[in-house]
Design a protein around this ligand. Structure first.
Ligand SMILES: [Zn+2]
Length: 333
């Protein structure tokens, strides 16, 4: 499905098979003798077919097309190298590009494995998830020479659009939005979504991912956005949505803090099991393992933020990190 969402900007709906997000919004901007494709979908036949069909319907000049991935997640970056024109560029933030290199050389996996075991997972569970995470199996296989790191404030020009990169770490370490000031158009990627709340997890190399995310929501809240173009699903009132996401996290943080106060000394795995989740499972034990991984990641990001604000402290006892309310010295680095 293809629709023109602004002059010369087209949304291509790329189906995400077996994924609750349902669809990725890929955007094609027509330039003069070139074009820019923003986000691609997973590296899988269904996504490839949808994107090929959309670009064909638009008569896009694929030989002269650049690609930009708003962030490293494989539903956005997975097919970048399959769609970029010969001798053209794939843009991604320098930070997410460095992260992708660490994923590909295995560094991230060993760090995550160690961390998630200390947060309460059994080693066997972590190994199962790492080999069964569908998003990882549909990701970029390598970082080719076509990749170019984008920095905060950098401007890309396509047709009538001057797109300024805004670095908004949180959803990923180097997440990007693109701002076309003259037209009041913001490509929000997954920083601001309207029908779903962007997932914020813990990242190796980020001490407080949720804190960064919230700072970067505040940073972009007042942009005079006339049209927001998100990475998934529908658009809506930009500023109202930013404020709704801020309230959502305030409530989630209060929820996590209440659990720590009511039952001091739990692991993140156990705290996540007591938080409320929008998932069709009767109990924490019945959560599919991959969903548990995402839930615990989100829970850790909230605990990290509470620790940084000295509302929660952590102690490493009996080979696990355990969380306590309070002001005292925090043991975690
Ligand atoms: Zn994402």
């Amino acid at each position: 499905m293809v629709e023109e969402v602004a002059r010369g900007i087209y949304r291509i709906g790329v189906v995400l098979p077996n994924n609750p997000l349902k669809e990725l919004n890929s955007y094609y901007i027509r330039g003069e003798g070139s074009g820019l494709l923003i986000d691609t979908g997973f590296r899988c036949p269904e996504c490839q077919e949808a994107l090929e069909a959309g670009l064909a319907e638009l008569g896009a000049d694929r030989a002269h097309m650049d690609v930009l991935a708003t962030h490293v997640h494989s539903d956005h970056s997975g097919m970048a190298d399959l769609f970029v024109g010969k001798d053209r560029c794939i843009y991604m933030s320098g930070i997410d590009l460095a992260h992708e290199r660490q994923v590909l050389n295995g560094e991230i996996y060993s760090q995550l494995r160690e961390r998630y075991i200390k947060e309460g997972f059994a080693p066997g569970e972590v190994d199962y998830i790492q080999t069964h995470n569908p998003a990882r199996m549909m990701a970029l296989p390598e970082v080719t020479d076509a990749f170019q790191g984008v920095e905060d404030g950098q401007v890309l020009t396509v047709g009538e659009y001057r797109l300024q990169a805004i670095l908004v770490p949180g959803h990923t370490p180097g997440n990007l939005m693109l701002w076309a000031e003259e037209q009041g158009i913001m490509f929000t990627g997954d920083h601001v979504l309207f029908d779903i709340t962007p997932n914020i997890t813990s990242w190796t190399g980020m001490r407080d991912a949720l804190g960064s995310y919230l700072e970067n929501l505040e940073r972009v809240r007042e942009y005079p956005v006339r049209l927001a173009l998100p990475g998934h699903r529908h658009t809506g009132d930009y500023r109202a949505r930013v404020e709704a996401i801020q309230r959502h996290h305030a409530a989630r943080l209060a929820d996590a803090l209440r659990i720590v106060e009511a039952a001091p000394g739990l692991t993140a795995y156990e705290i996540a099991g007591r938080m409320s989740w929008n998932i069709r499972a009767r109990s924490w034990d019945e959560f599919p393992l991959v969903q548990k991984w995402f839930a615990v990641g989100e829970c850790i990001s909230h605990l990290d933020h509470l620790r940084r604000r000295h509302l929660v402290r952590s102690e490493f006892t009996a080979e696990k990190w355990r969380y306590w309310p309070g002001e005292a010295q925090d043991a975690k680095a």
